[in-house]
Structure formats: structure tokens, C-alpha cells
Design a protein around this ligand. Structure first.
Ligand code: GRG
Length: 296
């Protein structure tokens, strides 16, 4: 992998961890168990792909990470809440996340629900306060919150759960609805929030939005492939669940070979959208290739 790409990714990660630490220094939750359960999931990593994408687009547009870092914290809080709730027995029922017991295994189901609730509300609190920065920040906050809620990630998760439990027949259309909403819209937020903050023209926001959607599909299909071919030590979560629970995954629908072919197509689509931008998108191109090749 390109060393420049690795260095940049490390810089983005470090910038995000610093922004998160700074924010969380001023945010002590009470009682102590709530504080501990929030920090257990939020401060212990993950790949931080969404913040890296947000910071990379910011710099590509000539902006400063400081201008969007609180939106990155809000986005990662929403992502973290979604993982905590997704792991609950009522949803995906997963005992492991990021190589250690999932939140409810550590703190109990009730506290895990509340940790997720606290993170979601804190993210909204951040977004509301960002609105004091002016009109473009209001638009960015609305975009981020809209993509996370009942017309975004929550809608995708609801459809996913429904088809899994109802036994109703579902195919490509339903799978695309789920992936677009559950996975892709959070990535769309990551790559469009900076453009909206800087008042970029509609065409640029539109290209970035299409790029984000296709990257979301690429991300999800590689996730589905890794559920079959991946390694617990690298992924830190239970594997083989899609087949065991007859989930609507791309590998279940289309098989491994076709899923790999589809992932290649989404990679190529991402690169084509990036080529339409009047900026140096070299880092984002590398990110696309890294997501296609990812093992963790
Ligand atoms: C509970 C409302 C609600 C939504 C849950 C995130 C999610 C929606 C479900 C988790 C299952 C899943 C396969 C989601 C697709 C997106 C995805 C692959 C999330 C994992 O994101 P990573 O790989 O996680 O960026 P890390 O741990 O690196 O932060």
C-alpha cells in the first residue's frame, strides 16, 4: 500500500482522536456506569473511516480540519450508537465488536441501550451547536441528521430486520434499499458535509454524493464478502452470521464470485466519480482501492 496514503490515514486518525479526546474531556456523563459504557465503545477505536473521509474531502477542497472536526465527532458518535444497538440480542445479537465483548456483554442490555441513546443525543447536541457557525453549517447539520434517521440509516436497519424476521421474499431491490440507507448514507454524510460547509456548488455536492453512495455499496459488499472469507483476529467480530441467519447479504443473494465482480464494479464507479472532480482526489482514490482490498 502507498506509504503516503498510510501516513495521511494515520494523520487523519490522530487528528480525529485528538478532536474526540478534546470534546470528551468536557463531557462527563453521570452516573459513572453511563460514562464508562459510552467511552467503552466510543474511545476504543474502529477504523475511523468516516472521519478520514470527511477530513480528506475537507483538505481536497482547500479547507481546514478544524472547520468540520465536531461534525466528524458527531458522525462517529452516531456510527458508534448504531453498532451498540445493532449488537443487541433484539437486533444482530453479536457478542463481539472490535475484538472485545460488545457493549451489552460488558454493561448489560439496558445500559447498552442507554449508551447508544446518550451518543445519539450528544451527536444532535453537537450538530445544533454547529448551527451557530452560519447557514452552511445548518445545511450540513440537517444533512448529517437526515442521513442517520428514519429516512436514512434507521430506515435501512428497519428494512434489514424486517426481511430477516418476516421471511418475506426479498431480492436485489430490497438489498439495495437496505445498503443505500443503512450503510451508504452515513458515508455520503462524511464526504458531503465539508462541501456543504464550504458552500460548494450543487454539481460538486452531487458528484461527492454519488461517490459516497457507491463507496457505501463497495463498503457493504466487501463486508458481506469478509463475513465469508474474513478472519476473526483481523475483523474482531463474529463471522459466518449472514449464512447462519439467512441474512440478505450480497454473498447470499449472488454468491461469492458475482459479489467480487460487483465490488469491482462499485470500485470503478467510485473512481469515475472522483475523476469528474476538479480537484486532486489522489488520497480518495487510494481509499477506494484500500476499501476494496480491506481485510479488517
Ligand atoms: C441500530 C439504527 C441502527 C443501525 C445499525 C451499523 C449498522 C446499522 C449495522 C451494523 C451492521 C452492518 C454490517 C452495517 C453496515 C455498515 C458497517 C459495515 C458498519 C461497520 O463499520 P466499520 O467497519 O466499523 O467502519 P468500525 O468498527 O471500523 O468503526
Amino acid at each position: 500500500m502507498d506509504t503516503n496514503f498510510q501516513q495521511k490515514t494515520e494523520q487523519y486518525r490522530a487528528a480525529f482522536e485528538e478532536a474526540l479526546a478534546h470534546y470528551m474531556q468536557g463531557a462527563r456523563f453521570r452516573p459513572a456506569v453511563l460514562d464508562a459504557s459510552v467511552r467503552y465503545s466510543l474511545e476504543n477505536g474502529g477504523k475511523r473511516i468516516r472521519p478520514a473521509l470527511m477530513f480528506a474531502v475537507t483538505q481536497m477542497l482547500g479547507g481546514k480540519i478544524a472547520d468540520v472536526e465536531e461534525f466528524a465527532v458527531a458522525l462517529e458518535m452516531i456510527h458508534t450508537y448504531s453498532l451498540i444497538h445493532d449488537d443487541l440480542p433484539a437486533m444482530d445479537n453479536d457478542d463481539f465488536r472490535r475484538g472485545r465483548p460488545s457493549n451489552h456483554k460488558q454493561f448489560g442490555e439496558g445500559q447498552a441501550i442507554l449508551a447508544g441513546d446518550a451518543l445519539l443525543n450528544e451527536a444532535y447536541d453537537i450538530c445544533i451547536r454547529q448551527c451557530y457557525n452560519g447557514k452552511t453549517y445548518i445545511d450540513a447539520a440537517a444533512l448529517l441528521c437526515g442521513n442517520a434517521g428514519g429516512r436514512g440509516m434507521v430506515a435501512g436497519q428497519a428494512a434489514d430486520l424486517y426481511y430477516q424476521l418476516s421471511g418475506e421474499n426479498a431480492g436485489r431491490t430490497e438489498a439495495e434499499f437496505i445498503v443505500l440507507n443503512k450503510t451508504a448514507k452515513m458515508i455520503v454524510s462524511a464526504v458531503t458535509v465539508p462541501a456543504v460547509v464550504y458552500g460548494a456548488d450543487e454539481n460538486i455536492v452531487g458528484i461527492l454524493s454519488e461517490f459516497g453512495k457507491n463507496l457505501g455499496f463497495l463498503f457493504q459488499i466487501t463486508d458481506d464478502i469478509l463475513d465469508v472469507t474474513g478472519d476473526f483476529a483481523k475483523l474482531g467480530k463474529t463471522l459466518g452470521k449472514d449464512a447462519a441467519e439467512e441474512k440478505l447479504s450480497y454473498v447470499q443473494l449472488f454468491g461469492l464470485d458475482k459479489s467480487n465482480e460487483m465490488a469491482d464494479n462499485y470500485r470503478d464507479l467510485c473512481l469515475r466519480f472522483l475523476a469528474q472532480l476538479p480537484y486532486d482526489a489522489a488520497y480518495l482514490e487510494e481509499m477506494v482501492r484500500a476499501i476494496r482490498a480491506r481485510q479488517s
